[in-house]
Ligand binder design. Structure first.
Ligand code: SF4
Length: 366
């Protein structure tokens, strides 16, 4: 635990908190892009400690939360077909689709298998040659290399009964779409450190230039977050907008070349529908034509049933920093982790789940 403890040292955290308070001459509004950072900020009490000095608003960085309802509905449909197994990360199971979740489908006898890696899904296909295995490939640029590897492995082993429902999303186009909305509240971004470990951060140069907002690459431990926040506050106080890397122990400017090359070999960028956001230009990844024989959308027909949105869920407002989860009228009432109305309440990276777990101010019994 030596290395984790170093980044959780309470005395060092107090020093950084004091420095942030001393530096800020007014209240600043920062957005942490990644849901993992949201959970860490709440779990370690950082958001509460900085109340009045820095307002932390939560960004679109939860891939489960933004997975299109069309894809969830299709995954549910596939899981009900004979001779088919839908393989998914556990996080996706309780996310509501139009009428049901993958968990509902499994409870009703559908074939849904939780896997821990995309390669597990390839192995599942090899063990079940009489069935079609569809892997629900969700996640940001962080998980795309692992699914790319699974495609390559399936090709190498000649696995014919394996395909992917690709729902990979790209984080930077979502940040762009957000700052183009006239009423956005972001004054600086804490960029998601784990995405930058793969993709690097060079592409943020032009983003910072265009939108004149500080972007600071930030990790997930308390001291990582506090250093990122301090760097943002210093820039804002000095009237600057620069790109900084406060996660140098994990992130290089160019990212991980091998992982990036692998993603580029298997995927190409496409426009993608994000749940709540609509279509985001260049907001996702799809299989390149030479790998399209692994595309479940081409392999299996989809019914034309309408997608039924749940109007009560304010997830878009939560993921764009317009609404605190606790200010959603359904929070802790009709919507809870046991009975989620929207993905942010059920995903392990969802902002509503973080507030429910670490900062629950309402009476659950009402
Ligand atoms: S509390 Fe529930 S209903 Fe409200 S935004 Fe969050 S997930 Fe949606």
């Amino acid at each position: 635990m030596k290395y984790l403890d170093e980044y959780r040292d309470p005395a060092a955290a107090q020093r950084l908190l004091a420095e942030i308070r001393k530096t800020a001459t007014r209240r600043w509004t920062l957005m942490e892009v990644c849901g993992g950072q949201t959970h860490s900020l709440l779990r370690h009490g950082i958001a509460a400690e900085l109340e009045g000095t820095v307002e932390l608003i939560h960004g679109p960085g939860c891939p489960v939360c933004v997975t299109s309802q069309v894809d969830i509905d299709f995954a549910c449909e596939l899981a009900q077909r004979e001779d088919m197994i839908l393989a998914s990360f556990g996080d996706m199971l309780r996310v509501p689709g139009s009428e049901r979740s993958l968990l509902d489908v499994r409870t009703a006898g559908g074939q849904v298998q939780v896997v821990y890696s995309p390669l597990d899904a390839v192995r599942l296909a090899q063990k079940n040659p009489q069935r079609q295995i569809v892997f629900f490939a969700v996640g940001f640029e962080t998980t795309a290399p692992a699914t790319a590897l699974a495609v390559r492995q399936a090709e190498r082993d000649g696995v014919q009964n394996f395909s992917l429902l690709v729902s990979h999303v790209r984080v930077q186009p979502a940040m762009e779409s957000l700052v183009k909305t006239p009423d956005h509240r972001v004054q600086a971004f804490l960029a998601a450190g784990h995405v930058c470990t793969v993709m690097g951060y060079e592409s943020y140069e032009s983003f910072v230039e265009r939108y004149q907002l500080p972007v600071v690459v930030t990790g997930f431990e308390p001291l990582d977050l506090l250093e990122g926040i301090l760097a943002c506050v210093r820039q804002l106080e000095q009237g600057q907008a620069r790109l900084e890397n406060c996660y140098a122990r994990a992130v290089q400017a160019a990212g991980n070349r091998a992982a990036r090359d692998l993603v580029q070999e298997i995927y190409q960028i496409n426009d993608r529908t994000w749940r709540g956001f609509g279509v985001i230009s260049r907001g996702g990844l799809e299989l390149r034509p030479e790998w399209s024989h692994f595309d479940a959308r081409l392999r299996f027909e989809k019914s034309e049933l309408p997608v039924l949105e749940n109007d009560a869920c304010r997830s878009y407002d939560v993921m764009t920093g317009q609404l605190k989860p606790t200010d959603c009228p359904e929070f802790g009432k009709r919507c809870s982790p046991d009975s989620p109305l929207g993905a942010p309440m059920v995903s392990s990276e969802g902002a509503c789940a973080a507030y429910y777990r670490y900062a629950m101010p309402v009476d659950h019994t009402t």
